[in-house]
Design a protein. Structure first.
Length: 570
């Protein structure tokens, strides 16, 4: 599809204003940072925030609004050239950081001007990294001190490290005179993709577009090309789309959903309009999904597709902003219908970046040294307590309200490590009340492990609010047990759960209504633990079936036998 086609249909896009309930507030009012340019988390369930400062420092602190103390996690100011577009620009924690302690940074070096991608290692103190552990992964010579890109990030679906590079700049920031964006024999003006786990210092993924090229000059690290200065990129954790915001020249700012092996146009095109089409005969230049003109706006700041819980109205929308105007918008795009762009608010100071915590809640980073977040939407229901209690056969949740206005009820949500939130139950509210009310919910569908719970309070008009997360580490009291299958009735598959308190010989067999054995779910020695198996009845007739478990301990004289009745309905 040509760029010119998109310059026509852009007139069909709509721009609207969203409700004024979305306003920024200081996320950590007791903390101030020096030229912050990025924020992220380590993915290690410690609920810590890491803030990158341009000069070469990374600060770490607990993710709590009342936090008043931050620590220097890494200080490499002795090797970073900073100021303007130079500095410590990117940070990404290894997907296996909990075990290997690796994290990666993107910075511009002092002395000979280069972009350096390096790996560091945390010390035995989780709030302190070893500055002497630097292992350089990749270096890129920079001809000028601008257009350095700076973003790095791991994609959860392939585990590879992605790197955004600018076109190398010019003394007056105009034009990409070396045409680096279109030149696939240089690393500038590209999105790169490398495998830092497959070799030293890295290997080229075999699925990279130029991996099989016999031309030794072509850079096999290239994933996509045709970029001017990609400033902040992100992966949508649900749709696995790769969003890249590319800073424009003098007329347009653009947002791309980047695909492997595609050319995104610079310097031939700036956004949806031609810039310098001399020699631009590539068969396909990919147009942005959204671009906007200069005015108060002049430099896009890329963000994230919102997947948090605090602002459900924005779920699935790409949140981004502009460094010059400090405005923040949400972009809704389904790949089929024209995008819808909504103005949200303006952030105090200059908007340098966005960031996520491990709960996928969004933060806005300002060059004024402050971090901002969404102002919580007021709720007519005042929650005074929310507690969890470990019982022998499950987890008891108890919460209390002081007063209620139009309270329809509470949706109970649960998550485990590295999983999404799931609604597991609902408790009706009391509508309107000016006296304390107590609620409870018992979660018996748990095995040993760590669980997170939160409440989604729903008003009678359909609006909602999420409350704080509580955590519990549950150790199930195991006995021999064969649970009732679920679902029951079923078609054609059902789940059979059982538990084993000690090393045992286990058999679980399936019988038809006449008592004939027709299948075996499991047989053999199993260790202490909770298990589940799936039985698929496809190929059998509708009717009643039985699952029978027999167990004999190998460490004591315990035995167990139990039968559950199952109904298969096609």
């Amino acid at each position: 599809m040509s760029k010119n086609f998109y310059s026509v249909i852009i007139l069909l896009f709509t721009i609207t204003n969203i409700d004024a309930q979305f306003t920024p507030q200081e996320a950590f009012p007791n903390l101030t940072f020096s030229n912050p340019v990025f924020l992220t988390h380590a993915g290690d369930n410690t609920d810590r925030i890491f803030v990158v400062e341009l000069s070469g420092r990374i600060q770490v602190f607990h993710n709590n609004q009342s936090t008043s103390t931050k620590k220097v996690f890494l200080n490499i100011t002795d090797r970073v050239a900073s100021g303007g577009e130079l500095g410590l620009l990117g940070l990404a924690f290894d997907p296996d950081y909990t075990n290997n302690g690796y994290f990666y940074v993107n910075y511009t070096s002092n002395g000979t001007l280069r972009t350096i991608i390096s790996r560091f290692h945390v010390t035995s103190n989780p709030d302190s990294a070893d500055k002497n552990s630097e292992f350089q992964i990749l270096t890129i010579d920079q001809p000028f001190p601008n257009h350095n890109g700076g973003w790095i990030g791991f994609r959860s679906t392939d585990g590879y490290l992605y790197i955004g590079t600018g076109d190398g700049g010019t003394p007056n920031s105009t034009g990409d005179p070396s045409n680096n964006g279109q030149n696939i024999t240089v690393l500038l003006g590209k999105i790169l993709r490398i495998d830092v786990h497959g070799g030293t210092p890295y290997v080229i993924p075999s699925t990279n577009p130029f991996y099989d090229s016999t031309n030794a000059l072509i850079k096999k690290e290239i994933y996509a090309w045709g970029f001017r200065n990609p400033w902040r990129c992100s992966f949508d954790s649900v749709a696995d789309q790769f969003w890249v915001a590319d800073v424009g020249q003098s007329q347009r700012e653009e947002i791309n959903i980047v695909q492997i092996g595609k050319n995104y146009g610079w310097r031939c095109y700036e956004g949806n309009i031609p810039y310098n089409t001399s020699g631009c005969d590539y068969p396909e230049y990919i147009s942005p999904v959204w671009d906007y003109t200069h005015g108060p706006e002049c430099a896009i700041t890329g963000g994230y597709v919102y997947r948090g819980l605090n602002v459900p109205e924005l779920d699935g929308k790409y949140i981004y902003g502009d460094y010059c105007s400090d405005k923040v918008w949400s972009l809704e795009y389904d790949g089929i219908n024209p995008p819808t762009n909504q103005y949200l608010f303006s952030v105090p100071g200059s908007l340098t970046s966005f960031g996520l915590d491990q709960q996928n809640e969004l933060f806005f980073i300002s060059f004024n040294g402050k971090i901002y977040c969404f102002t919580p939407v007021p709720s007519p229901v005042e929650l005074s307590s929310f507690s969890v209690f470990k019982m022998s056969n499950g987890i008891q949740l108890i919460w209390r309200t002081e007063n209620e206005v139009n309270n329809f009820g509470f949706e109970i949500m649960r998550s485990t490590k590295n999983s999404i939130w799931q609604a597991i139950g609902f408790v009706y509210g009391n509508g309107n009340s000016n006296s304390p009310k107590e609620y409870s919910y018992f979660d018996q569908d748990v095995t040993s492990g760590k669980y997170l719970y939160r409440l989604k309070q729903i008003n009678t008009d359909g609006t909602s609010k999420f409350y704080e997360i509580v955590e519990v580490d549950f150790e199930a009291e195991l006995n021999y047990n064969l649970c009732q299958n679920y679902p029951n009735p079923f078609n054609p598959s059902t789940i059979i759960k059982y538990s084993v308190p000690e090393e045992s010989e286990i058999t679980i067999k399936i019988y038809d209504a006449l008592g004939k054995e027709i299948d075996s779910i499991t047989t053999g020695v199993q260790q202490k633990g909770s298990y589940q198996k799936t039985w698929n009845a496809k190929g059998y007739a509708s009717g009643i079936y039985f699952a029978k478990m027999n167990a004999k301990s190998l460490t004591s004289d315990k035995t167990y036998s139990h039968i559950v009745k199952m109904l298969y309905m096609k």
